[in-house]
Design a protein around this ligand. Structure first.
Ligand SMILES: Cc1cc2nc3c(=O)[nH]c(=O)nc-3n(C[C@H](O)[C@H](O)[C@H](O)COP(=O)(O)OP(=O)(O)OC[C@H]3O[C@@H](n4cnc5c(N)ncnc54)[C@H](O)[C@@H]3O)c2cc1C
Length: 337
């Protein structure tokens, strides 16, 4: 295990922001955790990095970045209906999706092509196309950076919410996730609630889509809507979709009949942050080397050599203008460092 000094992490974040970390280490084997954290005991500033697809670095990182590369996908149990799949936190998320499709294990096909690692998936309870990680989650294993001990978290302990978990709140930066175990279904369990997926299935005249057909449809929709981080720096949705009261929603609906929103379990209305940004005239808008993506206003892109600070300033301007026009406060989905 080699600790590198003063290295650029441009290639390790999908915004392609060029900042330096004064210490950087790749973690490939969990047996080294004790050794690693004993040796960096006196460095208080530590950051666990996966694929860097949900993070914005705004300045050089003064501390140690631990790039999680813990490997392995393993079936650790099963019954008539379910399998339990334990995966190393450093495994690429879509690789796990492909494994589950190959084996006909249902549950994560709707989460196809989400960038990043398996270990980061529980942090914000990744979700897309009618599915969320929490619905297939069993447990995860961690290394506690405060007392250098391993600890397992059951589903309830993770306090999953909309793009949220305990690891974004009171346990932020405290636990390094080493593996995640999912409970996937051996029996067909298609989730076809998302309108564009349904439409595509109808268009293709598929009667009963297979797990691989669903994944393929979702990959195609994603490729047509979202920028590829390998070609255009971005971190997906920059903001969460805000939840507002029914009164506020009806007020907005009266003035804007094209507003997109749906009722949540807690009797609020979740509305599209992309729609709010678009209505403020910021879809496709560019300032310097930062732009809101032309096909999806919620995605901010680095069109050249934008710094993290440039992207943050752009995001602040969006927040301000949405607040003034609609009285709604947007909250970041991505992690700002
Ligand atoms: C084009 C694009 C599309 C996207 N679409 C979606 C989508 O549809 N749905 C969705 O939910 N997200 C989406 N995202 C966001 C992102 O892909 C996910 O949040 C993903 O889970 C981040 O994984 P990562 O490994 O890149 O995490 P990173 O960006 O490396 O880290 C994110 C956070 O998790 C922490 N972290 C990472 N690994 C660990 C670990 N092992 N232990 C403890 N903490 C850790 C980091 O410290 C950081 O705070 C998209 C991003 C892009 C670029």
């Amino acid at each position: 295990m080699q600790i590198q000094k003063n290295i650029s992490i441009k290639q390790f974040n999908t915004f392609g922001v060029d900042v330096k970390a004064n210490l950087f280490v790749e973690l490939k084997n969990e047996n080294f955790l004790n050794e690693l954290f004993s040796s960096v005991n006196e460095i208080p500033n530590r950051f666990i990095l996966g694929g860097g697809s949900n993070v914005l670095f705004t300045k050089d990182f003064n501390g140690i970045i631990i790039k999680n590369l813990l490997p392995g996908i393993e079936k650790i149990g099963e019954d008539n209906n379910f399998v339990f799949i334990k995966t190393g936190a450093g495994v690429n998320w879509h690789k796990l999706v492909k494994y589950s499709i190959k084996n006909n294990y249902w549950g994560i096909e709707n989460l196809s092509l989400i960038p990043g690692t398996v270990g980061a998936a529980p942090i914000q309870n990744i979700g897309a196309y009618g599915q969320e990680l929490k619905n297939v989650f069993h447990q995860l294993e961690t290394f506690d950076l405060q007392n250098n001990q391993f600890k397992t978290f059951a589903k309830d302990e993770c306090k999953f919410g909309y793009r949220d978990s305990i690891f974004k709140k009171e346990f932020k930066n405290r636990f390094l996730i080493t593996s995640v175990t999912l409970k996937l279904s051996k029996k067909e369990d298609a989730i076809l609630t998302y309108q564009p997926v349904k439409e595509e299935i109808d268009r293709l005249k598929i009667n009963k889509p297979s797990i691989s057909q669903i994944s393929e449809i979702i990959c195609n929709i994603r490729r047509s809507k979202l920028p590829d981080p390998n070609k255009l720096g971005n971190a997906g949705s920059f903001f969460k979709n805000p939840e507002i009261t029914e009164k506020k929603y009806l007020e907005l609906k009266k003035a804007n009949n094209d507003i997109k929103g749906f009722k949540t379990e807690n009797n609020k209305y979740k509305i599209s942050a992309g729609w709010l940004i678009e209505k403020c005239g910021w879809k496709g808008k560019r300032v310097g080397d930062v732009s809101s993506f032309e096909k999806q206003a919620l995605v901010l892109v680095n069109v050249g050599k934008a710094t993290g600070k440039d992207i943050l300033d752009f995001a602040e301007s969006i927040k301000e203008i949405v607040k003034v026009k609609f009285g709604i406060e947007l909250k970041e989905e991505i992690n700002i460092v």
